[in-house]
Design a protein around this ligand. Sequence first.
Ligand code: M6R
Length: 605
Amino acid sequence: MCGIVGYIGKRPALPILVAGLKRLEYRGYDSFGFFALNDVSHFLLKKVGKISEWEEKILETDFKGNLGIGHTRWATTGEVTEKNAHPHWDCNREIYLVHNGIIENYQELKKDLVREGHCFVSDTDTEVFSHLIEEYLKNQNKLEEAVREALKKIKGNYAIAVVSKRDPGKLVVARLGAPLLIGLSDGEYFIASDPAAMISYTRQVINLDDNEIAVLTPQNHFVLKEKPIERIDWEIKEAQKNGFSHFMLKEIFEEPEVITEAIKGRIDFERGLARLGGLEQASEKLSKIERVIITGCGTARYAGMVGEYMFEEYAKVPTKVEVASEFRYRNPLLDEKTVLLAISQSGETADTLEAIREAKRRGSLTLGLVNRVGSSIARETDAGVYNRAGLEIGVAATKSFVSQLTILALLTVFLGRKREMSLVMGRRILEEINKLPQLAERILKQSDFIKELAEKYSEYRNFIYLGRKYNFPIALEGSLKLKEIAWKIHAEGICGGEIKHGPIALLDEDFPVVCIAPSDSVYEKMRNAIEEVKSRNGKVLAIVTEGNREIKELADDVVYIPKTLEMLTPILSVIPLHLFAAYLGLELGLDIDKPRNLAKSVTVE
Ligand code: M6R
């Protein structure tokens, strides 16, 4: 949800800002803007659309300023227009800033500022920042002090980067509730919402904390609190497409690899245990908990729903999944015997963060299942497990989902073995998990066939996805992916048993139904559902277990997945559905990495 970058140092800032911002476009891409300056002049550009369309023209200017800021927008307050794109400035056009976040009290602040004679040019909440800073700079010379005063007036969340012609040669940044990293190198600093924007230049970073302000000059930096220097452990190749046409495709093809990464060093076959180091400190409490609440949004919540089935069936812990955005508004019943497990790829989703804070206020232990190391959710939860799935740049969550499911399976063994799960069962599950990377590879080998299916089905505009038990959440995930990525299509995920209670009214020969029907404990029920669809002339694309001959006779098309334990089938059944959505989006001529209206990380409530 908006990305910001900044640079101060010895090199021309503009090319660094452009390259960095392109890597952040997954956070928002409706408009963008840059401001850079040197001793005598400045460069300012704001445009609606994608950076790549302007890249050449921007770089042709060859502007030499060594200080600059940039922003890619996902509109919250104010329409998608050039005037609402960032940076925003003050009345004298001396202060320029970029902002990721939302200012809740901007209307009242704006009213006061207008009364005092300030002229606003945009409809955004952000512009109040620049005018407030302008006000405070009247009484002092230091930009950071004016920023500090201005921030005291703000309600909401922000990551900001500010430069001023009145206090030149410095970049001031601050954060509250939105991510902001400072990258350090010799005689230069980089700032960004995400390491992807700076990974080509440095791996030494400071993770700015809430309520901290940092002042950067080419020679040094100053943060209110002394911060430890950390290391980014991603490889540059993760931020590149590596031969794939799109990040989404590359990330789906990484699904076997993320399973391997998720389980590496975490399986003790001998003792039938899952070793989850991040949970060690909470281990004793976890032996005593009586209830688990899993929370998250979108795809992360669907992973949680699979976790709910796993935990109750195998670990025998009562478990419930809550939509994070509803959690704190419905007065949840929590106590110290309840653990809240928050699932989030980005670790920055505002709704999920608020659910964690609510659970903490009510005395519950909080755990995170997070991909982004050092993210807000990773830092605010009491303990947790990292996905180690690497950078996910495509706006749609794909490989992170597969990784979340794998770790939930490990967690099932972790929790189960503290309770009634036998050594034999623990070993059995772990052995099956260990086979998954190879099985996942086998599914990817069918990608050409799945592409053909996407071509065949691209003429339809409505789809239903059906699944039962462990594969009901996969029906939801498959349909979410299709409507996000191939957004000209409407798709709904429905539990297999529910179709006859209403949705069946929709079906005819123009309405394909994707049926996830592996050979598991609910297979017969799913076969009945397929028969019900076929007897209404519906088209059926079925996902079934290798060796199944029966469904081929019934369905229009069949994709086979290898056999595994029932609780692990979602990890395999989702792979063809991710591919199907990606290929169908491409077939419709859409940008599958940046579907319209979406942002990768939703940091506003
Ligand atoms: O970063 P998070 O996992 O917390 O994000 C949660 C959702 O916003 C995310 O899964 C969203 O639904 C994606 N668009 C799914 O593809």
